[in-house]
Ligand binder design. Structure first.
Ligand code: XMP
Length: 304
């Protein structure tokens, strides 16, 4: 890659050349790619950029609030859609169906905003490895979160198409984005929903979100690809004088080069113990904590 300074200059020029005086929309997820594109887009076309963040209610603790803070001066359109997503997910147990429901609802919301604001161009944070993957025909270019957009754009701009992830992170640092964005762990599009095995309910989302915050905090000094909590079922436990039927939280922490294969981290036993004590102590609904020691393959990194 050219130096970040030169890359940024070129990207801004490219966006200006293509979008001109029209409006461009971008789906901001809070991940490093879409965040970098949002900053580049804003630098290029200012108020003609429409960054859309959809709060699905499936993000991690404090994340939507932080995204609002970081991007609110960049014309952010913050869509609160928690109830919509939760009701769409009611009764859905099948993992693929869950992803489909979330993806489609997301795209419909995004299309509505594009229409409302009269956006003529789409900016996408596609990076080089995405293009390589899509050559198999898996992903089409006019996609948001893997789902086709019906809305007709005059053009699509992909300023990061020649960069690898570590180069995007370098640009993010150069642009002054906070560490939590430039160094952010991968987080799946369907969010916490794929870290809840079976039906998603408001209670389960709340439980897994709290547990996840504890896992991230306790493992912050470990070198890793990802670490998180997943809610995998229910089990009997004893809390106080009572037998309870509580949730089982599985702790997942893996090292990986590209997410294609992964190995569980060898986490210090005392750290694991502390995680178990904190999760069961701080979250009354949880009765059991396990550590997932399965590599990928055969297990995937996420649970659904
Ligand atoms: P799996 O679970 O397939 O995940 O081993 C491999 C990597 O991909 C991430 N992942 C996703 N990322 N949208 C994304 O942007 C998704 O729907 C999605 N599903 C999984 C996962 O976090 C891991 O890093």
């Amino acid at each position: 890659m050219v130096k970040p300074e030169k890359f940024v200059e070129n990207a801004i020029q490219e966006i200006r050349n293509i979008v001109g005086d029209s409006k461009a929309i971008i789906a901001l997820s809070g991940g490093v790619d879409s965040s970098v594109c949002t900053v580049l887009g804003y630098k290029a076309i200012g108020k003609n950029l429409i960054p859309v963040f959809v709060d699905t209610g499936l993000m991690r603790l404090g994340e939507p609030e932080r995204i609002k803070e970081i991007f609110e001066d960049m014309n952010l359109v913050f869509v609160s859609a928690r109830d919509e997503f939760l009701s769409a997910l009611k009764g859905v147990e099948d993992p693929e169906e869950k992803r489909k429901v979330i993806g489609e609802l997301f795209v419909r919301i995004f299309e509505r905003i594009a229409k409302e604001y009269g956006a003529k161009y789409l900016i996408q944070g596609t990076i080089y490895p995405d293009i390589i993957e899509s050559q198999g025909g898996i992903k089409s270019h006019h996609n948001v979160g893997g789902f086709p957009i019906d809305y007709e754009f005059e053009g699509v701009v992909e300023p990061l198409r020649e960069l690898y992830k570590d180069e995007v992170r370098e640009v993010a640092r150069y642009l002054g984005l906070p560490n939590e964005i430039s160094e952010r762990m991968p987080f799946p599009g369907p969010g916490l929903a794929v870290r809840i095995v079976g039906e998603v309910t408001p209670e389960k989302v709340e439980v897994v979100r709290k547990a996840n915050a504890i896992v991230e905090e306790e493992l912050k000094d470990y070198e890793k690809w990802q670490c998180f909590a997943a809610l995998v079922g229910k089990a009997t436990g004893v809390k106080g004088d009572n037998r309870v039927w509580g949730y089982i939280i599985s702790v997942r922490a893996v090292g990986s080069r590209d997410g294609m294969t992964a190995d569980p981290l060898s986490v210090d036993y005392n750290v694991l113990r502390r995680i178990a004590l904190r999760i069961t102590g701080e979250i009354p609904e949880v009765s059991r904590v396990v550590y997932d020691i399965t590599p990928k393959p055969p297990a995937t990194i996420e649970y659904e």
